[in-house]
Each structure stands twice: as C-alpha cells, then as structure tokens.
Ligand binder design. Structure first.
Ligand code: AP5
Ligand code: ZN
Length: 218
C-alpha cells in the first residue's frame, strides 16, 4: 500500500504518520526528517537545505526528487510506503507519476492557519527518529523526554511564528494546488486511481487517528 499524507505545516502529518506506519507495516518517508538528518550530519545537501528551511521556503524539486528516488530503492519499500511531506509541488507529484509509482490513498489533513500557529510553539521533537509531541496536546510521559529512547526532546529551528507564517504561505501557493490535482486523479475512473479522503485535523489525536485508519481501510 502506498499513501500520501497531504496537509499544511503543523497539520499533524508526522503525528498520524507514526500510527499509520505501525498499523500497516509500511515505512514513513518524511522528506522533512530526511533533510533535518542531512542538516545534522552537515552534508553538502544539508548545508544547502538548511538556509531554505530556516527561511520557511521549499527545497528545490530536483534535490527532493533524487532524495526520494534513492529512498524508494531501499528494500523496506517493496510492500509500500507512507509519504509525509512529499510531494509538495506539482513538479514533485508529476515526477512521482513519471516513475510509475502508483498511489493507493491520499489523506488530506485539514487545519486552519491560526490553529497551526497556536500549535507550533508547543511542538517538541526527537530528532533522531522524528517522533513528535506537544507540551499540552500530546505530551511525552516525562517532560522534554522521548518515550522510546529517554533522550532529550528539542524544538525545531523553523517553529518560530515568523517562519511558520512563511511556511504556511509556501504551502498555500505551492502545495495546496495538489489537492485539486489528486482529487481529479481520484475521479478519473481508472482502476488504479487513488482514493482521496479529506479529514478535519482539529480534535483529539486519537479521534483523528481513528478517522485516518478508517479511510485507509475503505
Ligand atoms: P516538514 O518537516 O515536512 O515540515 P512541514 O510540512 O512544515 O510539517 P510539520 O512537520 O511542521 O508538521 P506536521 O504536519 O508533520 O505536524 P506534526 O505531526 O509535527 O518540512 C520542513 C521543511 O523541509 C520545509 O519547510 C521545507 O523547507 C523542507 N521540505 C520538506 N519536504 C519538502 C519537499 N517535499 N519539497 C521541498 N521542501 C521540503 O504536528 C504539529 C504539532 O501539533 C505537534 O506538536 C503535534 O504534537 C501537535 N498535534 C498533532 N496533532 C494534533 C491535534 N489533533 N491536536 C492538537 N495538536 C496536535
Ligand atoms: Zn512533520
């Protein structure tokens, strides 16, 4: 099974991705996590990406597409995968299609901008795994500590309000058109058309998880 999680920054893609990945036994491919790993390792790609990410922009398509292609060649992707934060432009979506990679489900998580701004200041992440928490809405068992490894949680560099607003702008301009693109694709009547579901991402994490899993079982 191949799934795309579509939604604004902070909509809850990463949070739900963890559950989907476990429930369906498919790896999560988060281009954001991959880029943050490259930044941490100070690779040439990481150094180039950091500037763009800190400014709330999008990393160029060619870099992202080759990163994803390379990831898809790994053996754990043979039975499917979950894309989190990819594709994010029409160019990336077309590249995925050109590779002949068929998508079974698109799950859009819809959250208004002002709710997102409120959420971001409370986000804490375990950088090595990408596990995501919120100090109020989804707290770890021990404050600032990852539930699995016991390691320290951190705030992301791009989670300040000014950068979040820029990321939202990039989302509306460059990523939101994918909603229409995938809705059209889902209605084209072909046997391999993906199923498109839009889920309201406001409410408890558990409730949203139930709705996401139900959509993936439909
Ligand atoms: P990326 O890491 O993908 O960031 P993003 O899309 O901006 O999304 P986020 O990770 O911020 O949010 P999320 O939807 O995963 O929400 P989360 O579950 O964490 O990308 C970072 C940067 O890398 C980009 O800006 C870009 O520069 C670059 N990049 C990445 N991919 C790219 C691509 N394909 N092309 C070009 N550039 C790319 O939840 C947010 C918070 O809310 C958490 O604290 C969580 O605990 C909390 N929360 C979750 N659900 C709920 C709920 N229901 N109620 C209350 N709180 C909740
Ligand atoms: Zn994320």
């Amino acid at each position: 099974m191949r799934v795309i999680l579509l939604g604004a920054p902070g909509a809850g893609k990463g949070t739900q991705a963890q559950y989907i990945s476990e429930a369906f036994g498919i790896p999560q491919i988060s281009t954001g996590d991959m880029l943050r790993a490259a930044v941490k390792a100070a690779t040439p790609l990481g150094l180039a990406a950091k500037k763009v990410m800190d400014e709330g922009g999008l990393v160029p398509d060619d870099i992202i597409i080759s990163l994803v292609k390379e990831r898809l060649e790994q053996s754990d992707c043979v039975n499917g995968c979950l894309f989190d934060g990819f594709p994010r432009t029409l160019g990336q979506a077309e590249a995925l299609r050109a590779e002949g990679i068929n998508i079974d489900y698109i799950i859009e998580i819809a959250v208004p901008d002002e709710e997102i701004i409120k959420r971001m200041s409370g986000r804490r992440v375990h950088l090595a795994s990408g596990r995501t928490y919120h100090v109020v809405f989804n707290p770890p068992a021990v404050p600032d500590t990852d539930d699995v490894t016991g390691e320290l949680l951190v705030q992301r560099d791009d989670d300040c309000e000014q950068t979040v607003r820029k990321r939202l702008k990039a989302y509306h301009e460059l990523t939101e058109p994918l909603i229409g693109y995938y809705r059209n694709l889902s209605m084209n009547g072909s046997a391999d058309a993906p199923k498109y579901s839009s889920i309201t991402g406001i409410g408890g994490v558990e409730q949203i998880k139930k709705e996401v899993i139900a959509a993936l079982n439909s």
